[in-house]
Design a protein around this ligand. Sequence first.
Ligand code: ACM
Length: 632
Amino acid sequence: MKFYYMKTKIFILSYLAITLVKAQKNPIQLIPQPVELKQSEGWYELTNKTTISYNLAEASFLAGLLTQKLNTPTGFNLKPVLGTAGSIQLQLNDVANPQIGQEGYVLEVTKKGVVITANKTAGLYYGIQTLLQLLPKEIESKKEETINWTIPCINIIDYPRFGWRGIMLDVSRHFFTKEEVKTYIEQISRLKYNTLHWHLTDDNGWRIEIKSLPRLTEIGAWRVERAGTFGNRTKPIPGEAATVGGFYTQEDIREIVKFAQERHVTIIPEIDIPGHSMAAIAAYPELCCTKDTSVKVDPGTNFAEWYEDGTFKMLIDNTLNPSDEKIYEFIDKVFTEVAQLFPSAYIHVGGDECYHGYWANDANCQALLKKLNTTDVKELQNYFTGRVEKIIQSKGKKLIGWEEILGGSTSSESVIMSWHGMQGGIDAAKKGYSSVMTPAPYVYLDFNQGESTVDPPIYAGLRVSKSYLFEPVPDSVDAKYILGGQGNLWTEQVPTMRYAQYMTYPRAWALSEVFWTPKVIKNWPDFAQRMETHFDRADVANINYSRAVYDAIVTTSLIDGKLMLQLGAEMADIDIFYSINGTMPDSYSNRYISPVELPEGPIVLRVITYRNGKPIGHLITLDREKLVERAR
Ligand code: ACM
């Protein structure tokens, strides 16, 4: 009896220990954080006896997707079946649950299995993504792993805060292949983004086949080869072969659109006009006022001058001529084909950074101004926008454009994308227009993520903690005018998909929570801790991301002629060590506690971060000149 009691006790203790280990192995670390989450004791373990069912044929594709995702790393041979008997059930409601809307889901994990219910397949897709995040990180592996596939018992009710949760991908500045774009779409969809804004045309390449205008891709998709930083490159030499670039055939586009639809991502195509059109002009010089036949697709030269007051000058004519009726025929042809390829309700027409200087000097533009009864050349862009809006509407689509379109649109069905900051959206709401908020200081994914001397340089910085703080609805605006928000990945300095991932993550994780999760639940320290577990998941998934969040934040100030140094960190539990004596810093160097007065002389500051006694961030090296410059 005593022996039996002892054995039972040992059994219970070891059971508890295993439970604890398993519970710790599988903590709940979801991004974006769901609306409601209640964990209960225990877990369900996925085995080769698990069955997967779906109650309606509509859900069969998603059941297949889930099964495939589970089979690869587990090595199981699960097969989804129509019905309601699976240990993992995908269930479309026959009576809609009003709480979760079109994209929400309810996920219930008990010791017996998993049930995901939703009103629409979009909700099932998002429930599946949450389920995958509840599994150990090895679920992201492309090879078989031998671990226990436990899923903690939990009840989740979840639905998005905003209907527009977007990422913009610029494929003009650098071209990404069809397969790369599909992978990128899949990755963002798994974070519950539902929109890919696809920036398909710009000065550096026209990327979409337009069958009625073949030169757009025969000529416009290709530029001369140049090394070095975009913006500092030399001009094409007359007669030089243009060999760098690429484009998507209409077949490719249909394939990508279908792939995206299957993952509940709407693709919004952008044709950026009337500015940013050098690639189109290289193909058809008659499109611009100067009709300059020497214009080539730009390989990354510095052809613009930017002035302190926010104005600018384009040194090469990259602007369509708004006074020429033939331009509107051209635009009609382009949008006829674009509208047929993309099922989205909206087509993006750009409108940003349009230089009006060539218009001001053009006799036909002057005549049009006279007809419009104005001398203000900006009115030509408004006229142009109004004409384009009608063309877009004639294709059964709605217009969306960067905030510069606001003065020209006449239909409050059109949508404004606020990008300099929040003001574009605020102004739009005052006029009764809806907006998507993409303010550069919070969502531009091309900006540096941390120390600007560590990452390749770009003109501005944006840390993930700042992206996380983004609030898309300004206090002064009725929330009904804000459709949602979007992170924008401009790719001037992003030549590869691997680097596109690096620039996208972890900021797109932060933004996914901004766009999905209720504002009251958002919490940076909590997110930061979850983000670190997603670094581990991304490692298994082989997704690149920036670890800039571990680097020191170095700021300086000049106080009464003294150069003061402040060091900080975005993450908790980081120790910062520095040297100014020409040595490599380590955990025996000066530990930063409070602002330090730096001595005179040609010092070099070196800073390194540690966590738990191990180096974790990049080494930052700044000489006196840079430290003084930073104080200004
Ligand atoms: C933009 O960043 N030019 C919209």
